[in-house]
Design a protein around this ligand. Structure first.
Ligand code: HEM
Length: 117
């Protein structure tokens, strides 16, 4: 069973991304990055991206991670804040610790791209 199926499929990813961005937008460390972002579009892209990253159906047609974040001057602290908000969201939704660790590992695997290193 894929990670996508284990955590509860599309309804679980939908719930997770909605709660995740609510947290991000109230997190002073990172909310400013989203000031002029169309959040409905962002939420849709993130749902498609995470679905693909978790081994679900691949309908992601957005930018690759390096291209998407290139001009933001993101630091390790920004990256860690995002992962923290994602892990807190998954914990709230009752996702098992092993699965959260696997998801954190996926996030870390794209870290150098996100930070443009
Ligand atoms: C594991 C880490 C991350 C993942 C998987 C991720 C994923 C994505 C995806 C899929 C997009 C849409 C790309 C597109 O427009 O086609 C995006 C855009 C964006 N990301 Fe991330 N991201 C991550 C980390 C971060 C961090 C650390 C920040 C800032 C704190 C950030 C801020 C943004 C912003 C502001 C956009 C919108 C760009 C725009 O529409 O102008 N992301 N991200």
């Amino acid at each position: 069973m894929s990670l996508f199926e284990r955590i509860g499929g599309a309804p679980a990813v939908d719930a997770a991304v909605d709660i995740f961005y609510r947290k991000v937008l109230t997190d002073d460390r990172i909310s400013h990055f989203f000031d002029s972002v169309d959040m409905d579009a962002q939420i849709a892209k993130q749902k498609a991206f995470l679905t693909m990253a978790f081994g679900g159906p691949n309908n992601y047609s957005g930018k690759d991670m390096r291209e998407a974040h290139k001009h933001m001057n993101l630091t390790e602290e920004h990256f860690n804040a995002v992962v923290e908000n994602l892990a807190a969201t998954l914990t709230e939704l009752g996702v098992k610790e092993d699965d959260i660790n696997e998801i954190a590992g996926i996030a870390i695997s794209v870290k150098d791209d996100i930070l443009n290193k």
